[in-house]
Design a protein around this ligand. Sequence first.
Ligand code: SAM
Length: 251
Amino acid sequence: MQDQHDKTTHFGFQEIPVDEKVDAVAKVFHSVAAKYDIMNDLMSGGVHRLWKMHTINQSGVRSGNKVLDIAGGTGDLTLKFSRIVGSQGKVVLADINDSMLKVGRDKLANRGVVGNVEFVQANAEALPFPDNTFDCITIAFGLRNVTNKDAAIASMYRVLKPGGRLLILEFSKPESECLSNIYDQYSFRLLPMMGKLIANDSESYRYLAESIRMHPDQETLKGMMDDVGFERTSYQNMTGGIVALHKGFKL
Ligand code: SAM
């Protein structure tokens, strides 16, 4: 019988044993945590803020709701949700990586967020929450780093309340060949250079570019959500498909 060390998965463009991927991804995010927010602004020219704002607008989250922001990292979505759900609601910022969680916790404390946010270290593949807990779950730029994406989507389905929604914000496949070529030049040449200059780490930013290319495209990801049981699944492309927002409901 094969064990987890014989089976392989991708880590960017490399094939590595399945049981080594979590540590490889952890190394990337331990390394980039301190510079994560500034690099996000630089790499996207600030556009990641618009993608996230659109996600919040599409989430339908209201005062009093319970929200899970899994792979929440430095807490951009959590910060906005905590203001919407108010004192009667709750936001759980969960992430597998304690360096990212620490940056998130400090940032939210500095912005005066207290009381309705809980920080939990957790793997998206095996969420440590009871069934039917959350009104809304978001995972932004997190799913492509997860080893077993089907397990993660199933775990999110389990902890959503009936009537609840999952929103997956992730890099995806550009709609036009021309955009795709420009984007390739940008991500394989410029990104690692910026990573080297700003964070003294070109390898992590090379992984970022490679992991984007290895992520399932729009239709494949929608199919994965359908397979787990999500209903009324849909997606919207943003910035020509560089990013897509997938949505699905647990009915
Ligand atoms: N959601 C934040 C944002 O949009 O700015 C952070 C995104 S960051 C690119 C990806 C995050 O996914 C990292 O904080 C990383 O630690 C987290 N992550 C990677 N694998 C994970 C897993 N299996 N379970 C939970 N979080 C994971």
